[in-house]
Design a protein around this ligand. Sequence first.
Ligand code: ZLM
Ligand code: CA
Ligand code: ZN
Length: 393
Amino acid sequence: EYNITRPKGYTVSYHFNADMEPHHFGLTHPMKPFRLTLTKSLVTAYGMNFAMDNYNTRIATYEELNSFHTSDYLDYLHMAPPEEMPRDIDNPDKEVKFNLGGSDCPLFHGLYDYCSMSAGSSLDAARKICNKQSDIAIAWGGGLHHAKKSEASGFCYINDIVLAILQLLRCYPRVLYIDIDVHHGDGVEEAFYSTDRVLTCSFHKYAPEVFFPGTGGLDDNGPRSEHNPGAHHAINVPLNDGITDEQYAHLFQSIIGKINEKFRPSVIALQCGADSLAGDRLGRFNLQVQGHGACAKFCKTFGIPMIMFGGGGYTPRNVARAWAYETSVAIEIDEKINKIIPEHTPWRKHFVHEELFPSLEQILGDPRVNRNSQKRLQEIIQHVHEQLRFVNA
Ligand code: ZLM
Ligand code: CA
Ligand code: ZN
């Protein structure tokens, strides 16, 4: 009775590479590549694969990575010995220069392959959007928004989002980049600082000195010089701990709604970092799966093509719930998703008769104290709307 069929009139594609999972940042490192497999299992358990085109994605080539990253960085990333190997005495300061090998960005076995797989998924997604074979393309293995052209940062080595947007710019005049990861999307913002063809908008916890990466204040709108067309095309929404679904939806809709009116994007690149969910190991917000998914749902109402990337997310079972739910939003079955009992899951027989069934409706984590006043949120909206007076399609 709950047969899952393809959405009418448009195509959704799901881009996945199973070889990302076996890579490990280290036993206790918060980034867990197996969350991608967990997500895929949940998506398949609900039968959502029948409503999409499914692709096993390829590895990005050196030349593709080189369209944003410098050769000296890529060469070192390619040859850097894993942490447990003896260090290369000929390159004593390369690892410092490229920020490789610390606890955030360790040099683990197979690192270069892992990065090429993540980038390959996002590039495949962008190509499907470019050649109009997909209307929504999903690449949960991407979304690594901190990587710079010659530097790793915050668990990110290759900026697959920048690579995908560069691809989109070949076929579309204007790209709107939206980032709902709890961290500031600094790498993507910086890469497109000097163009008015990409508008970036990041929502994040902002507390310089104490919360990574410390950039993305309300007044950071791109370098304001007379000759910079990219001025005013970086929008930042700095938030405090504990923001709720209702507050976030109001902010998101009034800001993104206005951006859509003024900037008239031809395509949306949405980074769906799941560390903005309640109960995240690194995050600080109170978002539920529905509140997080409401962002994708709102973007979809514009009726323009969209790529959905992954990103952060450090409580794997909640990451899988959120991204499975957002997949259901893409294929428009979200309204009935909690009535569908997933088939073929190892836990089905244990939970099917119990309230314990791990539904996508479950309340996540212990709530955090909400430190966002209505007054402050109104001020933020006001400021962003004023900023957008300088933006015209
Ligand atoms: N220390 N292990 C988000 C990227 C956030 C920089 C403070 C490292 C951690 C964190 C690593 C096992 C995205 C910082 C933190 C401790 C300098 C960050 C290894 C725990 C561990 O247990 C850990 C030994 C590690 C790293 C916590 N790092 C928490 N927060 C941030 C980077 C990436 O979600 O936005 C997109 C994927 N780094 O705060 C320090 C300043 C390193
Ligand atoms: Ca963000
Ligand atoms: Zn994050």
